[in-house]
Design a protein around this ligand. Sequence first.
Ligand code: SAH
Ligand code: SF4
Ligand code: F3S
Length: 462
Amino acid sequence: MKKYLIYTYGCQMNARDSETIAGILDSLGYAPTENEREADLILFNTCSVRENPERKIYGKVMQLRQLKEEKPGLLIGICGCMPQQEIERERIQSKHPEVDLVFGTHNISRLPELLEEAKDGRIIEVWSEGREDAALPARRQDDLKAFVNIMYGCNNFCSYCIVPYTRGREKSREPEAILEEVQELAASGYKEITLLGQNVNSYGQGLGREIDFAELLRLVNEVEGIERIRFTTSHPKDVSDRLIEAMATLPKVCEHLHLPLQAGSDRILAEMNRRYTKAQYLDLVAKIRRQIPQIALSTDLIVGFPTETEEEFLETLEMVRQVEYESAFMFAYSPRVGTKAAAMSGQVPEEVKRNRLNRLIAVQNEVSAKVSKRYLGKTCEVLVEGASPKDPGELTGRTRTNKTVIFPLPHGEISSWKGKLVPVKITRALTWTLHGVLEEEAYETGAEGGSRSGYSGNGSLQ
Ligand code: SAH
Ligand code: SF4
Ligand code: F3S
């Protein structure tokens, strides 16, 4: 039996695409392996959002030259966002003879044919649009939590970002197709769904129907068996009152919002084409917190955008302190060929970017530690994922706000707890992980079988 190995980089869209690629390969009779030496096909599902990961991917591909010499039948493929750019396709063509197969984000469904063709020599097929919403098979990475695409592409053209070029124009999936996927997941025992899109708040535009993201949340909330709904990413300019209301009222929608700020200075935000100001962002945060007081916020931040001054960077630090994010993804600006910002004058030197990034990380760590302490003494609803990787005598899971919680196995087998929603009292709060104990009483009186009744709705629950 032929075996495959997929290396996945980048965002959840790529993680979800890799599941589809794996599903297609399974249907062709391949089996997965984690050992390069056993593999007949090694695929790199790539990300273009910053330069560093791109370089690393090429380095890793080159390392496989040796293996390929030893095993001439080995096929090496590059897919995902990198080949969507002409400049990368040219680079692969001229500098990477070890690569046999190149395809893009829109033609994953063509994999069976492409594999056949690649046997007779290198094949490069990358479409710039036209991703079909066909029901393709998937090998899911997890059996409790699943990603579901609700839209593809992005129309926002933030001036630093390559995604609109690699993923094409924004396109929403039909709600029926989304609900069918969620229902199938529920029937297979999945408890948590993360709805995926680069800008989920504009869901429904272009479908020519009366539906928006808030309404989609309502529909998904009705699917029996699903206990938790998350989504990513929300562009601050598009967070509507209807969405906040849906989050506040739909019981399965978790109290966590990833709300990328990117920068704290109005001038930089305008240069980034983000279409909100610092004041508008803060107003939005205040409005969300009024209606969903226990909400956890996380964010994405970029330092060293072209022309960013020290003072403007300090405004980003100030916003981090003021908003008090639980966590943040923080990046040094990386110029991407073809984007507006890459052509701007006033690029910030690497060492300045690195210095700002380190200072930003230090401040965010302080804030994360402080926010984490607020969980102490509270009782959180935890979706149990299984044994803690560090100690098989302990269980691990997540709060509705997406914090990891570790607590001792109360009794019985680990497997009998997996997938259950249980109340855990937090006794120790580290920056990224909480420790606690099961509140047996609350669990036994109300939560048999993982139902939320009995202890949900308690104001102290997160
Ligand atoms: N659609 C999402 C995120 C897409 S990319 C959103 O709008 O928030 C994920 C993150 O990568 C971005 O939020 C941004 O913080 C970062 N990013 C994108 N392009 C970048 C670049 N050229 N340099 C550094 N970071 C970048
Ligand atoms: Fe990139 Fe902006 Fe689109 Fe996010 S919203 S994918 S940052 S262009
Ligand atoms: Fe990267 Fe493509 Fe996602 S560029 S961040 S994998 S959409």
